[in-house]
Design a protein around this ligand. Sequence first.
Ligand code: TRP
Length: 339
Amino acid sequence: MSETSEKKPAKPVVLTCAQPTGRLHLGNYLGAVLNWGRMQDDHECYFGIVDQHAITVPYVPAQLRENTYSCLAQYVASGLDPARSRLFAQSHVIGHTELAWILGCLCPLGQLERMTQFKDKSRKQESVDAGLLFYPVLMAADILLYNAALVPVGDDQKQHLELARDLAEKFNHRYSDTFKVPEPFISKVGSRIMSLQDPTAKMSKSDPNHAATVFITDRPEDIRKKIMSAVTDSSAEVRAGADKPGVTNLLSIMSACTGRSVAALESEFAGKGYGDFKKAVADAVVAMLDPVRLRYDELIKDRGELDRILKAGAEQAQATAFRTLSKVNRKVGFVERPR
Ligand code: TRP
């Protein structure tokens, strides 16, 4: 049999999305984006910037638009590759909200009211719009529209993913087998990057203490300053342990940046002071992020290129989305759209 007659098995579909929230930090990079990038060779990847989710809480329209471009530039600079993957804005693809409506008609209200993120977010607001309640249904649509097999998410999104799985099963059961039931992909590496100033709290972009968070577009001198002033402890012993959260955090940062094990780093720095250690951590972070920042600085000035990337991503995503949507519309009993 000739080689060409054999059909290559389809690569499993990976989909993940993020809100355009501005600047990515070291925790986002090591815990998420870097892992997404690694999946691009052997998966068919969809990376969505979910601007429709972003309007479920108070926001400023002009800033949303800027943040969408900025997020895209940071993703591309971080290695998400528009030539291999589909990078798109959610609002550019017809199908997300359409499928969300249909899934919403399969979703018990109580299940949405019980979502912990909904409860958290609505507690922080004076009045709550229906969009915030519907948020997890739109997220389920993002996933099911592309028949994703694997969905890289953080711990905080597990409950939403569970809902997506429920809705897929429900649809398959009520109509007929249509959706793959998606699996969460939760990466351990780099997923617990802590604040440099309070190593018992996760690194966060909204930390009021600016020294607590390294952003991936920070200048090298700022990265160095932040790491040199990171909170450690008084024992001057480079070792990981529950009693040493600050040093443990720096060790896991350096380990994630260099690919070397924490144990190897501990023995390299045995008997050395925190000064030398922090300098090495800073060097490792700067070496990793410098090319990212340089690429970002180029891209963010080039709206034309960013628009081209969004257009290509949307076109490819749309082709898949239309296929799913027409199948779903037929199954739920809608008359075929006149051509
Ligand atoms: N809710 C996710 C978050 O805030 C973002 C998101 C929207 C998402 N749609 C998705 C993540 C689909 C994974 C898959 O992090």
